[in-house]
Design a protein around this ligand. Structure first.
Ligand SMILES: Nc1nc2c(c(=O)[nH]1)N[C@H]1C(S)=C(S)[C@@H](COP(=O)(O)O)O[C@H]1N2
Ligand SMILES: [Mo]
Length: 300
């Protein structure tokens, strides 16, 4: 079965759920007592046409490997992803270092086909495999004082050529409010197209928050900390005027240097197609209530 995936994938293959799930992704589900019947896509996925594997894995932002869109695909193979562990600490009942395999054995991996919108005004549709972040946080036991979740990417100067330059204040850090982190749309992705997630996309596990700009979806996570106070986030630290803590996709709030009303659709051929950007990236029905009463111009 593995050989199938060395060849070009068609859109039919993508929607042909479960058939292509590879060993690691499949075993994780099986160990959790979930068979193939438990692996499916969300209803909204039906209308979405996934971006090709080629585009999803060759047009990336992962500044630890360089700022060019093709740098991650060129250099991220240097990242050692096995063994991997995630430190979970702060306001949790069971703090400690969790081995990636132990996490996978307990989590239910499923497919989620999500829109993905970068703050730079381009977008893709990605067929992720992953588990709900809420399940991982519940495993560690969230304590009542916790209000936020902080995330940190690995920092490996020997393996990451991009961190030699102070483009950002390394390590890359991100954060969510606890209710955002616990929302069922928020996942930790461990795969794409049923294969283990490639290094350039954030192996072995990265956050995916589909209603927020892509930079919130932090890659190659080594630490998750439950906190009482709003944690610092890399792009906000770099330029607080341009990048807020929330960074919800919002076509009505422009970036100071460009419009956010529309987006370039990656992989649509020679003449790039543009489409209107949707409020909360199309997930307003699911997440709008999280921001009721908030001024989204101020809390951008
Ligand atoms: N550690 C880390 N995570 C990161 C980034 C980064 O530079 N470093 N870039 C972010 C940005 S700006 C985007 S758009 C997405 C890109 O994810 P993709 O390459 O899988 O499409 O990753 C986000 N996560
Ligand atoms: Mo981005």
């Amino acid at each position: 079965m593995a050989y199938r995936w060395k060849n070009d994938l068609t859109d039919r293959d993508v929607t042909d759920e479960a058939v292509y799930l590879n060993r690691r992704q499949l075993l994780a589900g099986a160990a959790a007592g979930v068979g193939l019947a438990g692996i499916g896509s969300r209803a909204t996925a039906a209308e979405l046409e996934p971006t090709s594997w080629e585009d999803v894995t060759s047009y990336n932002n992962y500044y630890e490997f360089g700022t060019g869109k093709d740098d991650p695909a060129k250099y991220a193979h240097r990242l050692t992803v096995e063994p991997w562990s995630v430190q979970i600490d702060g306001l949790v009942d069971s703090p400690g270092s969790y081995a990636f395999e132990d996490i996978m054995a307990k989590m239910t991996v499923e497919e989620r086909i999500y829109r993905f919108r970068c703050v730079e005004a381009w977008s893709m549709v990605v067929p992720w495999n992953g588990f709900e972040l809420a399940d991982l946080l519940e495993m560690a036991g969230v304590q009542s004082g916790a209000k936020y979740v902080a995330f940190e990417t690995a920092l490996r100067p020997d393996e990451m050529p991009g961190v030699a330059r102070p483009v950002l204040d390394w390590p890359y850090v991100e954060g969510l409010r606890l209710d955002e982190a616990m929302h069922p749309l928020t996942i930790m992705a461990t795969g794409i197209y049923g294969r283990d997630i490639p290094n350039q996309n954030g192996a072995p596990l990265r956050l995916v928050v589909p209603w927020k700009y892509g930079f919130k979806s932090i890659k190659s996570i080594v630490r998750i900390t439950l906190t009482e106070d709003e944690p610092p986030t890399s792009w906000n630290k770099a330029n607080p005027r341009e990048y807020g803590f929330y960074s919800n996709v919002n076509p009505e709030v422009d970036h100071p240097r460009w419009s956010q009303a529309s987006e370039r659709v990656i992989g649509t051929g020679l003449f790039a197609r543009r489409q209107d950007t949707l409020m909360f990236n199309g997930y307003a029905d699911e997440v709008g209530a999280l921001y009721a009463g908030m001024d989204l111009t101020k809390n951008f």
